[in-house]
Ligand binder design. Structure first.
Ligand SMILES: NC(=O)c1ccc[n+]([C@@H]2O[C@H](COP(=O)([O-])OP(=O)(O)OC[C@H]3O[C@@H](n4cnc5c(N)ncnc54)[C@H](OP(=O)(O)O)[C@@H]3O)[C@@H](O)[C@H]2O)c1
Length: 307
């Protein structure tokens, strides 16, 4: 099969498009004919070796943590899926930048019927992250106020829609060019970080969702209500600052979850959650996709078309 492989950690140039043996599904595993894989910042962080202490694999490996495709074969003991099922998944060992990939049952769910594989592939990592941050960790409730940083990005675009579905009041940050997009997503109060310091304009927030870190996280503490929560994807929040401001603070490490993917598929099929794909590139153009993702200004998602 054709696949992208990484033989050495490094820049986008280490992504090689080459021939690789088709993997065989073992017990509990599915072999998927991948139709599309999504590109997440996690992919280039993995490629660069920044996460080598966290993930138990070393080069050569096939990148890609999520995607959508058709079940080609199942290993012994698989009961939930059969050949021909259209599934989408977040894998725990990457490998979706390829014509075939291995998944385990708990990583996969039937893909939403109302969208094609290109859109379905864009969902798992980003939407599961938003779900786990807002609905699990923060227990976001109707009427609460949430501040979502990076609201125009992959995670942010799902986070805004999930928060609106829960009945929250949503403030979202993005640059000037994405203000109309934030409105399209349903943001109640779009905030242009190039024009306004959000901490001068916002107060009384119950949940801060930090997808940016650094100065953005630092300035977020003071907008929180006592008893609120700051949840970050990128930088562990300091416990002493959480104590000082009387809030909870957590770092999220998102996990594969097929039950949550099934719930998200229902929301997509009911039209409550839309998928925004800014760019579709061929699998062989993975290098270009990483270069774009690393700039940090993707609107919605980048997807690699495999078939
Ligand atoms: N811990 C975990 O489990 C986990 C899971 C998923 C993702 N992550 C991490 O979370 C981060 C976000 O992921 P993602 O997939 O959403 O990334 P992404 O799609 O690449 O995010 C891009 C977005 O960030 C916005 N942005 C850039 N600088 C900003 C700023 N200063 N203020 C507000 N918005 C800004 C951009 O909007 P403009 O173009 O308008 O600036 C763009 O729309 C990444 O670092 C990723 O690795 C962690």
């Amino acid at each position: 099969m054709k696949a992208i492989r990484i033989h050495n950690y490094g820049g986008p140039e280490v992504l090689r498009y080459e021939d690789v043996a088709v993997p065989m599904p073992a017990a509990g595993e599915l072999l998927i004919k991948v139709q599309a894989a999504s590109v997440n910042p996690l992919d280039w962080k993995t490629r660069a070796g920044y996460l080598k202490d966290f993930f138990p694999h070393s080069p050569p490996f096939i990148p890609g943590w999520d995607g959508s495709g058709v079940v080609e074969a199942v290993g012994p003991g698989v009961t939930k899926f059969k050949q021909g099922d259209e599934v989408y998944a977040k894998t725990n060992r990457d490998g979706t930048y390829a014509e075939y990939a291995i998944l385990t049952e708990p990583e996969a769910a039937l893909k939403p019927k109302s969208v094609d594989h290109l859109q379905a592939a864009a969902i798992p990592v980003a939407a599961l992250t938003a779900w786990q941050a807002l609905l699990e960790k923060s227990q976001l409730a109707a009427g609460q106020k949430v501040l979502i940083h990076g609201a125009a990005g992959g995670v942010g675009s799902f986070a805004v829609q999930l928060a609106k579905w829960k009945g929250a009041y949503v403030i979202g940050t993005a640059s000037a060019k994405n203000q109309a997009f934030l409105e399209e997503l349903g943001t109640d109060e779009p905030s242009d970080y190039e024009k306004t310091r959000f901490d001068d304009a916002v107060e009384g927030v119950d949940v801060v969702f930090d997808t940016i870190g650094g100065d953005t996280q630092e300035r977020s503490w003071k907008v929180l209500n006592k008893g609120g929560i700051l949840i970050s994807l990128v930088q562990p929040p300091a416990p002493e600052l959480a104590a000082k401001y009387g809030v909870r603070a957590e770092m999220l490490g998102m996990q594969a979850d097929s039950a949550q993917l099934a719930e998200i598929a229902k929301l997509v099929d009911s039209g409550r959650v839309k998928v925004f794909v800014e760019k579709v590139l061929a699998l062989s153009d993975a290098r270009q996709a990483h270069e774009l993702s690393e700039k940090g200004h993707v609107r919605g998602k980048i997807v690699l078309k495999v078939v």
